[in-house]
Ligand binder design. Structure first.
Ligand code: UGA
Length: 445
C-alpha cells in the first residue's frame, strides 16, 4: 500500500522504516530540508538501534522515499500518517501547531479520498480538530474530498522501537467508521500474524488509551519512588520489597524499579498534558498531579544525599564528581528531562565540577550545555572516575553493572557511591569498605 508519513522525528522515522521494511511503499515528508537531505544519504538524526540500517536498506530498495513537499506527500499515499511533534506548551498542554499545520496542508492539496492516521500523541479531541482543519482548508479551495480520521497511538520504547513496532503488544485503532478497519488491517498485517493484536475502538477512547498507558506506567514508578523514600526512613530495602510485590501477577515485575526519577520525552510530558486536559474539563486530577510532584522531588534525591554526605551544599564548592550515565535511560542518547540534568545543574550551582561519561549521550550533552569549565565529558567511565571525589550513577547502562571496585577505590578521593539506579549489592560494598547510597535501600540513610 502507498503510505505517507508526515514528520521524520522519532515516531515518524521508525514507523516509516518499519512499514517500508514490511513491503509498503512509504514516502516521508518533513519541512526540514537539511534533515531530508541527510536521510537521503542514509544519515539519521537520532540514535536508535537498528534504525539506520533499516532506513538505508529500504531507501536503497526504493520502498522508502523522502521529500520536503507536502503536496507530493498528500498525492502519494492513500493513507496519510501524521507523526509530527507535540511539544508541551508553557502551561503543560500539548502544542498542536505542527499537527494542525499538516492537517491544513492535507486540506490544501487533497485530490481524492484519504485516510488520515494520527500517530502523534495528542490530547483527546484532536481528531475532531484535525478533521475540521482539513475541512476548512478544503472549503477554501471549494473541494470536499472524503477524509476519515483514525487515531492510532504508538507505544514504542526508545532503544527497542524497531522490535516494539515489528512485534507489537497491541495495535490500537480508533475510528468512528468501521469500514476503515479493513484498510488498517492490511497496513498492519505484517506485524499482526499468528494472533490478532488489533484492538479497535472509538476515536476518543483510542486517544485516551495512549495517555492512560503512559500515566499508568509513570504511576507505578512514582509509587515505588514514594515507597523507596519511606523504606529509607524505616530501615527497609525497596529492592526486597520490589521482589516481594512483583511476584503477585496482578502487580507484576515491570516498571516497579525505584530510582532517581523518570525522564524522557513521554512520561513527564504526557502526565502533565493529561492533568491539563482534565483541568480544562473542570476536573482536578489529584493523582496525576501527585505523580508529577513525586517525580520532580525524586530527581532531587541524589543531590540531597550528596549534599548531606559532604556536610551541606556549601561544602561541595570546588569538589569534583564522576557521573556515570547522562541519557534518561540506557540505549538512547536522549537527554530530555533526564534526571542527570537535575543532578548536574544542582552540583554546578553549588560550585562543583562534573566529570561525566555516557556511552551515547556525550554529544547531546555538549549540544545542550556547550563548553563549560565545570563539565568534563570523558571517553570512558574510568576516566570520569579518576581524580573525582565520589561517583554518582544516573543511568543503568550495562557497562556500569560490574565495575572494577579496586580501581574505583584508587581513582576516587573517597570510597563513596551515590547510585540512582540501585545497581550494586549494598552488603558486598559495605563489607569492602564502601559508603554506598542507593534509592530506598536504607544504605547510609
Ligand atoms: C515510554 C513508554 O514506556 C512507551 O510504551 C511509550 O510508547 C513511550 O513512552 C512513548 O509515549 O512514546 P520511553 O519514554 O522510551 O517509553 O521510556 P521508558 O522505558 O518507559 O522509561 C521512561 C523512564 O522511566 C526512564 O527514565 C526510566 O529510567 C524510568 N523507569 C522505568 C524507572 O525509573 N523505573 C522503572 O521501573 C521503569
Amino acid at each position: 500500500m502507498k503510505i505517507t508519513l508526515f514528520g521524520t522525528g522519532y515516531v515518524g522515522l521508525v514507523t516509516g522504516a518499519c512499514l517500508a521494511e514490511a513491503g509498503h511503499q512509504v514516502l516521508c515528508v518533513d519541512t526540514d530540508a537539511a534533515k531530508i537531505a541527510a536521510l537521503r544519504q542514509g544519515v539519521i538524526p537520532i540514535y536508535e538501534p537498528g534504525l539506520e540500517a533499516l532506513v538505508r536498506d529500504n531507501h536503497a530498495s526504493g520502498h522508502l522515499q523522502f521529500t520536503t513537499s507536502a503536496q507530493e506527500g498528500v498525492d502519494f499515499g492513500e493513507c496519510l500518517f501524521i507523526a509530527v511533534g507535540t511539544p508541551p506548551d508553557e502551561d503543560g498542554s500539548a502544542d498542536l501547531t505542527h499537527v494542525l499545520a499538516v492537517a491544513d496542508s492535507i486540506g490544501a492539496y487533497i485530490t481524492g479520498p484519504r485516510i488520515v492516521v494520527d500517530k502523534s500523541t495528542v490530547p483527546v479531541g484532536t481528531a475532531d480538530k484535525v478533521k475540521m482543519a482539513i475541512a476548512a482548508a478544503q472549503q477554501r479551495r471549494d473541494t470536499n474530498h472524503p477524509v476519515d480520521i483514525v487515531s492510532n497511538p504508538e507505544f514504542l520504547k526508545e532503544g527497542s522501537a524497531i522490535r516494539d513496532f515489528m512485534k507489537p503488544d497491541r495495535i490500537v485503532i480508533g475510528t468512528d467508521n468501521p469500514e476503515i478497519i479493513g484498510v488498517m488491517q492490511e497496513i498492519y498485517a505484517p506485524f499482526n500474524r499468528n494472533h490478532d493484536r488489533m484492538i479497535t475502538m472509538d476515536v476518543r477512547s483510542a486517544e485516551l488509551t495512549k495517555y492512560a498507558a503512559n500515566a499508568m506506567l509513570a504511576t507505578k514508578i512514582s509509587f515505588m519512588n514514594e515507597l523507596a523514600n519511606i523504606a529509607d526512613r524505616i530501615g527497609a530495602d525497596i529492592e526486597q520489597v520490589r521482589i516481594g510485590i512483583g511476584s503477585d501477577p496482578r502487580i507484576g515485575y515491570q516498571f516497579i524499579y525505584a530510582g532517581c526519577g523518570y525522564g524522557g520525552s513521554c512520561f513527564p510530558k504526557d502526565v502533565r498534558a493529561l492533568s491539563h486536559t482534565a483541568q480544562d474539563m473542570g476536573y482536578d486530577a489529584t493523582l496525576l498531579q501527585a505523580i508529577e510532584r513525586v517525580n520532580t522531588r525524586q530527581k532531587q534525591r541524589l543531590f540531597e544525599l550528596i549534599a548531606r554526605h559532604f556536610g551541606g551544599a556549601a561544602n561541595l564548592q570546588g569538589r569534583t564528581f564522576a557521573l556515570w550515565g547522562l541519557a534518561f535511560k540506557p540505549n538512547t542518547d536522549d537527554m530530555r528531562e533526564a534526571p542527570s540534568r537535575v543532578v548536574m545543574e544542582a552540583l554546578w550551582n553549588a560550585g562543583a565540577t562534573v566529570r561525566a561519561f555516557d556511552p551515547e549521550a556525550a554529544e547531546e550533552t555538549r549540544r545542550i550545555y556547550g563548553e563549560r569549565a565545570d563539565l568534563v565529558l570523558t571517553n570512558t567511565k574510568e576516566e570520569a572516575a579518576r581524580g573525582s571525589d565520589a561517583l554518582i550513577i544516573c543511568t543503568e547502562w550495562k557497562g556500569f553493572m560490574a565495575p572494577d571496585f579496586n580501581f574505583l577505590a584508587e581513582a576516587l578521593g573517597e570510597k563513596v557511591i551515590f547510585d540512582g539506579r540501585n545497581l550494586y549489592d549494598p552488603g558486598r560494598l559495605a563489607s569492602r569498605g564502601w559508603v554506598y547510597y542507593g534509592i530506598g535501600r536504607s544504605t547510609e540513610s
